[in-house]
Design a binder for this molecule. Structure first.
Ligand code: OAD
Length: 233
């Protein structure tokens, strides 16, 4: 069966779908992420200990995204498919970039947050953000100083919109996991939830992930190729 023959599709993406856009994946560089240990830049404790370093790290990520990354053929294939598919389509991404939006996808859940948004710890509001922040930045909404933080889910924090994600997984008949190593929960467990309701589960990745055997079907290759072929409509 082709993807378009199903009626309710959930797609989960990870760093691999953006790799060919020039954004580094997490687990292919000796445990370092852009030269940093994850514990130094992606935990609430790191932000408390050294907010300047964490702000600087996400300033760099944001700048890199805005200046040099554009959607690739895999993002575009997913956007095109969603536009023409007549059934239910939900894209859940672990990525914090905006390349799915650039590729034309609309129904996107960013479970690990978004690089181009900022959150205020004082007024708790989230807003679009493209410029640098530091530990003295002022929230434009509540004027509080020093309370802005990246709108990113750090290790030890709960991913966003989990209820909605579970809801769509429990009613899908096709689940496709793209470009994720299956190392990080709860996303790594989505395949089991989809299987529990009898959905057909497919892995599209460069290589077998941790949970590869939980899928009914596996197709290996670069995302620009395998995603474009699988989501042809
Ligand atoms: P990983 O870096 O763990 O895995 C990326 C996967 O993409 C690997 O299985 C690669 O083989 C595959 N890959 C690489 N290049 C590819 C290509 N061109 N086409 C297809 N696949 C390719 O990234 P994630 O699984 O996304 O969390 O990591 C999950 C989470 O761990 C991230 O969201 C992040 C990280 O810590 C947070 O920041 C909370």
């Amino acid at each position: 069966m082709k993807a378009k023959d199903y009626s309710s599709i959930v797609v989960l993406t990870g760093a691999g779908v953006s790799a060919e856009s020039g954004l580094k994946t997490f687990r292919d560089s000796g445990g370092l992420w852009e030269g940093h240990r994850v514990e130094d830049v992606a935990t609430p404790e790191a932000f408390e200990r050294n907010p300047a370093l964490v702000h600087e790290f996400y300033n760099m990520r944001r700048k890199q995204l805005l200046e040099s990354a554009t959607a690739n053929a895999a993002h575009e294939a997913l956007g095109h498919f969603e536009k023409h598919f007549t059934g239910a389509f939900n894209l859940v991404t672990q990525n914090v970039d905006n390349l799915h939006e650039q590729g034309g996808s609309r129904n996107i859940i960013h479970m690990h947050g978004e690089l181009l948004k900022i959150r205020c710890n004082a007024c708790e509001r989230v807003q679009e953000w493209e410029i640098e922040t530091d530990e003295n930045s002022i929230c434009p909404l509540c004027q509080n100083k020093g309370s802005l933080r990246p709108h990113i889910v750090w290790f030890g924090e709960i991913p966003l919109q989990m209820e909605r994600i579970e809801q769509v997984l429990l009613s899908c008949d096709l689940f496709v996991s793209i470009g994720t190593s299956g190392n990080v929960y709860p996303a790594a467990g989505f395949v089991q939830l989809a299987r529990s309701v009898g959905a057909h589960c497919v892995e599209l990745n460069l290589e077998a992930s941790q949970g590869a055997l939980l899928f009914n079907e596996q197709i290996y290759g670069p995302a620009t190729k395998v995603v474009s072929e699988f989501f042809d409509i």
